[in-house]
Design a protein around this ligand. Sequence first.
Ligand SMILES: N[C@@H](CCC(=O)N[C@@H](CS)C(=O)NCC(=O)O)C(=O)O
Length: 227
Amino acid sequence: MLPTLFTFRRCPYAMRARWAIQVADVAVKMHEVALRDKPSVMLEASPKGTVPVLVLPDGRVIDESLEIMLWALKQHDPEGWLKPSSGNLANMLALIEACESAFKPHLDRYKYPSRYKSEWTSPLDDQSATALTAAGTGVVFSEQSFSDAHFNAAQEFLRQLSLGLTEAPALGGATPALADFAIVPFVRQMARHDRPRFEQAVPATLLYWMDRLLARADFEAVMTKQI
Ligand SMILES: N[C@@H](CCC(=O)N[C@@H](CS)C(=O)NCC(=O)O)C(=O)O
């Protein structure tokens, strides 16, 4: 019996899990789910209801994308994703955590401001005003200006990434490693929302890094629709 991965094609967390599984060449049965109608077998295995979820033949469940990447790569890591040529695994995990805490919240608010209506219809508190540096305490946003402010706030993380990319072609150093593959699906989401705007805002090194990773044949395989 094969492990089953409950996945959603366009989810960046599921993408990075599938990418590691693809590169590690670990046999897994893919189960594409509809987020609005999650299968009960998946929810029984992982009641928190997020994808990806990996269910192993012995009943163990791994329901965090990064853990699924590590599970696959610990079995087979042909490209050395866990052994970056610059820095180490701990540095990469810290960068991935920074993507989660300092980029993803801004990405979501940029792309889907209507989901955060309560945030832009009430005056900014001190904490949010600090996070959205362009705005001061007490500012009331429109939906568009809220989205714009989060696009701008997200640039700080991208600038940090690009600093690493001036010294080496990948976050992992000479060749891409765990952090590259774990982070680029989120950067891709921002780029795809409005490519011209993204191109204008980000450093050229970052654009080049993203486009090279996404042009890999294995990413295409990861994004191919399951029938
Ligand atoms: N920390 C989780 C986050 C996964 C996550 O939030 N996935 C989203 C889809 S991109 C999800 O399943 N959301 C629940 C839903 O939309 O119902 C991980 O790394 O696996």
